[in-house]
Design a binder for this molecule. Structure first.
Ligand code: ASP
Length: 526
């Protein structure tokens, strides 16, 4: 079971009629999921996709997105799932950066592709998930075909042996970088296998779990819900999101869900509901939380809502998928801790040279193990900053850029980030990316983006804007512009107009001062 697509082949052989995915009104068993992935793989090879080429997927959480993951891998290709809220300029950037050969796209998102400016010479083919509705192929940057038509075309089946080994790149997971340009985290098959196994070990999941996923598959926390389900052969109940909790929550009871992965924003919505019914919670044996810390008050209330469930507090980064977990039995004693390294790995609080610091001291978290990424696609300098030489000549350890401290027993506590990245709704927001969009709006002279502490969002995005002389822009105009060019979670919640911004002696804007102000803490200049 070395490569990720082998997991699906095994599940289809061992439990063909076990439900693999429930998505809305659709249910697919393992034999069905496997058959679709095989048909897609055959179709991709028929289209000429070569070993190692990239397939990008711009679609919501849906069955085709899952099929695209396994079908691409089976064809020997590399997949990358993009946030369905991606706008045209960024999509163009991602297509060029990845050099994708094939784009799988949901019909309703075709206008985004049409909005991409400039050529896409490497894009060879567009596969449209059109749900039998047809689509207009004029103005698309490459020849297009309906997804279902490709699957039904009956391309010659692939030979049983896989194309490639476990050291091949499996996926690129794009994540926001502090310089503003996204970074494609490279994970090979062995990385994915290692991370999935380690996580399945401490969660103690078995083949009869039913996991409800409301997180985007484009986020690795969502993606691994799919990967781990297939690895263990259990059922994934896949929802588009958590925007309509009263429609989603009855699924807990209907599908007898045993596991429910959360981020703090989902937990906050859950805790605000007045009409949560106890029968929804009865089958749930475990809850997980990552991406940002749960407020201790929410931990207690979640436990009261789901009395049968163990709650796992965890911490991770896309660069190594997951770093730490707290055994649920420790939660009452150390509600603020994210525990220790996941099984088979090491994590320590380090000084500037990467050496362990004593308990209580704050330093950067450093991580080693088979889950550490292979680097950032096309970005050797950023890779060299994150991956440093390790104990062995071949080893590289991950410098997370996040500040932690350990208690006397070695349990880890998140203290803060070292770079400018903000986290809102559990998603990374690069202030530079938002500022670039603000600066592109005529009438904006200068803009700085900061994070304001918020109990539900983690950090709420605030834009400090200085207008050009004579500009009559109002908050509404600026927000409308942001909505048109940024994914939802990056759109500022508030715009604050300023007449100028504080600067350093060399004329640079004092971002750190503005961030400290937003958090209501004192700024110490260093
Ligand atoms: N990759 C992380 C995890 O699943 C989430 C994050 O990047 O914040 O733990």
């Amino acid at each position: 079971m070395h490569r990720v697509e082998h997991w699906l082949a095994r599940a289809a052989t061992e439990r063909p009629h076990h439900t693999a995915i429930v998505c809305g009104a659709q249910r697919l068993d393992y034999a069905g999921l496997h058959a679709q992935a095989e048909a897609l793989a055959a179709g991709l090879v028929h289209l000429g996709i070569e070993h190692g080429e990239r397939v990008l997927v711009l679609a919501e959480n849906r069955i085709e997105t899952c099929v695209a993951v396994f079908g691409s891998l089976r064809a020997g290709a590399v997949f990358s799932l993009l946030n369905p809220g991606t706008k045209a300029a960024k999509l163009g950037w991602l297509l060029r950066d990845s050099g994708a050969r094939v784009l799988v796209i949901q019909r309703s998102l075709l206008p985004v592709l049409r909005g991409v400016e400039g050529g896409l010479p490497e894009l060879h083919h567009v596969l449209v998930i059109d749900e039998g509705q047809g689509f207009e192929s004029a103005d698309l940057p490459a020849p297009a075909q309906a997804w279902q038509a490709l699957l039904d075309a009956g391309a010659p089946a692939l030979a049983p042996a896989s194309r490639g080994v476990d050291l091949d790149l499996a996926m690129l997971v794009y994540t926001s970088g502090s310089t503003g340009a996204p970074k494609g985290v490279m994970m090979h098959h062995a990385n994915v296998r290692f991370a999935a196994d380690s996580i399945c070990t401490y969660l103690e999941v078995g083949p009869d779990e039913v996991v409800l996923c409301v997180l985007p598959l484009a986020f690795d926390y969502g993606l691994y819900q799919l990967l781990m389900a297939v690895r263990c052969g259990y059922t994934l109940v896949l929802e588009r999101g958590f925007g309509f909790p009263m429609q989603v929550l009855p699924l807990l009871e209907r599908e007898q869900v045993t596991g429910f992965p959360l981020v703090p924003t989902v937990a906050a919505v859950l805790l605000q509901l007045r009409s949560f019914r106890p029968e929804w919670a009865r089958s749930v044996r475990f809850l997980t939380n990552t991406a940002a810390a749960l407020p201790p008050a929410h931990i207690e209330r979640l436990q009261a809502l789901f009395p049968q469930a163990r709650l796992f507090s965890m911490y991770g980064q896309t660069e190594s998928k997951r770093c730490t977990w707290l055994p649920p039995a420790e939660l009452a004693r150390r509600p603020g801790s994210v525990g220790f390294a996941i099984p088979g790995t090491e994590a320590w609080v380090a000084d500037a040279d990467g050496r362990p610091l004593p308990p209580g001291e704050v330093g950067q978290l450093v991580v080693r193990g088979g889950h550490v990424m292979q680097g950032y696609w096309n970005q050797p300098e950023a890779t060299a900053r994150a991956l440093k030489p390790g104990l062995w000549p071949w080893e590289r350890v991950l410098h997370t850029g996040d500040l932690f401290r350990a208690d006397e027993d070695g349990f880890l506590y998140f203290v803060g980030r070292r770079d400018d990245i903000l986290k809102s709704r559990g998603e990374k927001v690069a202030p530079k990316e938002v500022e670039a969009v603000l600066h592109a709006l005529p009438g904006v002279r200068e803009a700085v983006v900061v994070g304001v502490p918020d109990p539900v969002l983690g950090q709420a995005i605030r834009a400090l804007v200085v207008l050009a002389e004579g500009s009559t822009l109002g908050s509404r105009d600026i927000l409308a512009h942001c909505r048109a060019h940024l994914e939802d979670f990056m759109v500022p919640r508030e715009i604050e107009f300023r007449s100028d911004l504080p600067r350093t002696g060399t004329g640079k804007i004092q971002r750190a001062r503005l961030q400290a102000e937003a958090e209501g803490r004192m700024f110490v200049d260093d």
